[in-house]
Design a protein around this ligand. Structure first.
Ligand SMILES: [Zn+2]
Length: 202
């Protein structure tokens, strides 16, 4: 547990605040598909647990890839998770957890922003992972608001399928329409900015 030193001593060397013990914060892990967001989330959860924290993990109900009651990375790391349909349900279910972790946060309804604020306001940590852009390059769901509110942001990149550069786009290669189409590399490929733009123009 870290004790914040920043405000404990003023310029004259006298205590201006009593030391506060708090790790409460909102952390957002974002990036395109295949950038290791869920893997990073699972690692973060493990680090909190190693520190003795109780972590409760949530994911949106629509994501049923690999496993029902778990979050699973593309290389099959996994962690138990509770499926919820509406973001407000998280407030009823996180109980006495020290940390609330949420995967695929971009799929939740707009109330997720308030939900994260309420949890952090109770002195808990919130760590969420999600796609920052949809396949059209448009901000996904409540990600812009969550990124603005975050105390800490981890922005991940994938590897561009065409040039091996840093990929930030999740380009849809299937003919499915609709913003939410779940899938793997049969449906999406990571692309860098220039390859994505070239493909769009061509
Ligand atoms: Zn490229």
């Amino acid at each position: 547990m870290k004790i914040s030193q920043k405000h404990d001593v003023n310029i004259s060397g006298q205590f201006s605040f009593s030391p506060r013990v708090s790790n409460a914060k909102i952390k957002v892990i974002c990036g395109p598909m295949f950038s290791g967001k869920t893997k990073t989330l699972i690692k973060t959860i493990a680090a909190y647990q190693a520190d003795g924290k109780k972590v409760v993990v949530f994911k949106p109900k629509l994501d049923d890839r690999y496993a029902e009651e778990a979050i699973v990375s593309h290389d099959k790391d996994e962690n138990e998770a509770i499926n919820v349909g509406k973001s407000a349900e998280i407030l009823d279910l996180f109980h006495n957890a020290d940390v609330v972790a949420i995967d695929e946060v971009q799929f939740f309804d707009p109330s997720i922003v308030g939900v994260c604020n309420v949890i952090a306001g109770q002195g808990k940590s919130v760590v969420v992972a999600g796609l920052d852009m949809d396949y059209r390059g448009i901000p996904f769901g409540s990600m812009p608001e969550l990124l603005i509110m975050a105390d800490e942001v981890v922005k991940l990149n994938s590897v561009c399928t065409f040039c091996s550069g840093k990929a930030r786009h999740s380009h849809r290669v299937s003919k499915d329409s609709g913003v939410v189409v779940l899938g793997e590399k049969d449906k999406y490929v990571p692309l860098c900015r220039s390859c994505y733009n070239e493909l769009k123009e061509g």
